[in-house]
Design a protein around this ligand. Sequence first.
Ligand code: 5AD
Ligand code: SF4
Length: 492
Amino acid sequence: MEKVSEKQMTTDVIEEQTDYAAWDTHPPDAEPQRQFYYMELCRRWLKEQQDRLGRPLTAAVITFGCQMNARDSEKLRGILENIGYEMSDTEAADFVIYNTCTVRENANLRVYGRLGRMKHEKEKNPDKRIALCGCMMQESEVVEKLKKSYRFVDIIFGTHNIFKMAELIFRRICEDHMVIDIWKDTDMIVEDLPNDRKYSFKTGINIMFGCNNFCSYCIVPYVRGRERSRQPDDIIREIEQAVSDGVVEVMLLGQNVNSYGKTLAEPISFAQLLRRICRIEGLLRIRFMTSHPKDLSDELIQVMAEEPKICRHLHLPLQSGSSEILKRMNRRYTKKDYLELVDKLRKACPDISLTTDIIVGFPGETEEDFLETMDVVERVGYDSAYTFIYSKRTGTPAAVMDDQIPESVVKDRFDRLLKKVQEKAAAACERFEGRTEMVLVEEINSQDPHLVTGRLSHNLVVHFPGDASLIGHLVPVKLTECHNFYYMGERA
Ligand code: 5AD
Ligand code: SF4
């Protein structure tokens, strides 16, 4: 008897299922029209599911890694919202997408850890869908591992085709198995897709994608592809649109913004682009990252000195203070070049904040090499520094170099470096104590609701009494007390 009713049930289910593939009648070839078409199909599907379940379906984008990824996630969120998902921040959502990073091994391990927990969640919620995208997916070993050991993942795509998410979601709706779409590289830049800004008053703006530098430790050129710049008119149009929506601060993003525009049919320098962006009315602050010291031009330093909208902060990755290590890192500058550049910058913009990235334990790093790094930190006096333990990335030249450094030695150097960085940062921070500076208010203080938190042009953080009405406004604040790496202040 059970047999009959079981068969009956199966038949019923099959009869009820919509033939979603039949909806896909006339996909446009051109982008972004094609994606808007697939968003519409996904919207229809989602509506059906919500009617069936009698509740809204939720989606969450979980981001790992750098500002580029944060920006990509805003675009992913924009697409999901357009489809009709209710956005959430938690992995309990019905659709969870991990935007992954692979710059260091740790980033990969964290993703596998999170995924492990998702398997169980998916068993509890049959409507749950899991997607993975971003840098880690550009590595073929990762995709192989996912195909073998993480069969429950629904959609996998990479860094070059995030604009295609709606199309891939729809494919997953039609095909009852894992959908994988990874591009090796692209010269395509798709403009004008929806996006959902995390903050109403500030946003990242991609000005270029990819990297051609091939620093010997770095996996980014392999997973983000060759350098390509957006057209200046497209960038300006996007910023103007953002400003008309209330944005007052932009962060121009690229792996190496100093080489912006070199590959365009009508070449333009990064400094020239900045001049054009400074003319945008209503835009109050401009930041950019990341600058490669080898490409930082005198023209750029001059623009920074002359244009008040450009923030008094530069992130200038050092990586190592040893010219020998820098050579093997393929950084194409020496310790002397770097220090001269810092002098030039300080001459042009006297109180500029400098921040940096430093890697400890690159293959072959001797104690003397390490002391050269400590020496640069001492001399430059960074406002802050991101310090990283070297992580071996398969496929990069450094991964097969001799003399990988033992963990205990690296750890000891790392601790000494961190101590020095913190001491110097605390001293650097003190230089503004007592001064009044313009502050862009970002949020209510997370620990004390009577305080708001904002940032100086120099990127330093200040907490001072205020309320939500100040968020997104530039206000003068007296920096009354310096606490190592932030200030307490009061409205001036
Ligand atoms: N190991 C450690 N740190 C790395 N970075 C890039 N690749 C590696 C690696 N293999 C650091 C660099 C870079 C920052 C974004 O990440 O310092 O500037
Ligand atoms: Fe990696 Fe060097 Fe390119 Fe930065 S400039 S993304 S460190 S290869």
